[in-house]
Design a protein around this ligand. Structure first.
Ligand SMILES: *[C@@H]1O[C@H](CO)[C@@H](O)[C@H](O)[C@H]1NC(C)=O
Length: 196
């Protein structure tokens, strides 16, 4: 097995996930596809879980993982496995950054799903009408949200996608943390067997 090649697949997967998470977070600023004033946008959207946690912060581990394959056998001090070991070791640190970023996004999404969106009730007051995720299992409750139209399915869909995608990001970064640990310990796995 070549650890660098594996890291490259992880990096290639993390980039589109980061882009999609950023997009999902941006769409959440337009509840139900409408332009609303900032106090009519659910507070969890302002945590920037998808943009910062799953987006910007994920770019660093993704790029490092992508570069690992090239760094693999360049070596340092004329010692191939030494250079590879150092690259794999530093990837553990970036994997940890990725886990923290994706974890933040995951927690924000879970809280947002539980709280439900802010919306205007039929008498025109803006509030969070749901509690403890009760609306998830009861469609009738969705009628408490009069405006913006479709704000409940909008938030539900986007935060669910964010939850799933940040969960996948966490798993991928955890895999690279283990991969990097193995690569640090057995620094020569890219050489000998020819599996480059
Ligand atoms: C859903 O919520 C409505 C309104 O509170 C309530 O009347 C109804 O019994 C609930 N349905 C279920 C299945 O819990």
């Amino acid at each position: 097995m070549c650890c660098g090649g594996c890291a490259k697949c992880l990096g290639v997967t993390l980039i589109p996930l980061a882009v999609l998470c950023t997009l999902a977070n941006i769409l959440l600023f337009f509840p139900g596809g409408n332009v609303e004033s900032s106090d009519h946008i659910s507070s969890e959207v302002w945590c920037f879980g998808g943009i910062l946690g799953s987006g910007v912060l994920m770019v660093f581990p993704a790029l490092v993982f992508l570069g690992l394959k090239n760094n693999d056998c360049c070596g340092c001090c004329g010692n191939e496995s030494c250079g590879k070991r150092f690259a794999m070791f530093s990837s553990i640190i970036f994997a940890a950054v990725g886990v923290v970023g994706a974890g933040y996004s995951f927690i924000v999404s879970a809280v947002a799903l539980n709280n439900g969106p802010i919306c205007s009730s039929s008498n025109g007051t803006w509030l969070y009408p749901f509690e403890n995720g009760d609306y998830l299992g009861n469609h009738t409750l969705w009628e408490m949200c009069d405006s913006p139209q479709s704000v409940v399915p909008w938030n539900l869909t986007l935060f669910s996608l964010l939850l799933i995608m940040s969960g996948v990001q966490m798993v991928l970064c955890a895999i690279q943390a283990i991969n990097g640990l193995l690569g640090t310990i057995c620094g020569n796995c890219c050489g000998g067997d020819g599996a480059v």
